[in-house]
Design a protein around this ligand. Structure first.
Ligand SMILES: [Zn+2]
Length: 148
């Protein structure tokens, strides 16, 4: 499912990506959703259009809760951090040998695995998004807090 976010929902788009969802952030959302797409918008006038979810809240936490509830999202911790937060592209596995010099030495020595964004080439590793992001997500969505 693609969750296309309008111009006013940039933060929401990043948090959806963090959970692994395909969440493009566009200036002008399509007036009609494509198959498999839901357009998330703050435009009240679009409320009730097919394939459109009017996001009623200002606060990120409330927005995430509303979207998760109304679209019956079941975020899978295994999918978390599988997408570049900036580019919305799935990250790709990266060999340890290709990481040297691109991350701090202690990360190179201790991280289990690495991925990179095929577009912006940013390198990620388990924990690179921080424990706080995981904890916040777990709290927001009341996910299984253990093991993520
Ligand atoms: Zn990227």
């Amino acid at each position: 499912m693609r969750l296309t976010c309008d111009a006013m929902l940039g933060r929401l788009a990043r948090w959806l990506r963090l959970m692994g969802y395909d969440a493009p952030h566009v200036k002008r959302p399509p007036a009609q959703a494509a198959p498999g797409e839901v357009v998330l918008t703050r435009r009240r006038a679009w409320q009730g259009r097919p394939g459109v979810l009017f996001v009623a809240h200002d606060k990120l936490e409330d927005q995430l809760r509303q979207v998760a509830a109304e679209l019956e999202l079941k975020p899978e911790p295994a999918d978390f951090f599988s997408r570049c937060l900036d580019c919305n592209l799935p990250v790709e596995p990266l060999e340890r040998g290709d990481v040297a010099g691109r991350v701090p030495d202690y990360v190179l020595d201790t991280a289990e695995s690495f991925t990179q964004c095929p577009s912006c080439k940013k390198v990620f590793w388990p924990g690179s998004h921080g424990k706080r992001a995981r904890q916040r997500l777990a709290r927001l969505l009341a996910l299984r807090p253990q093991g993520i």
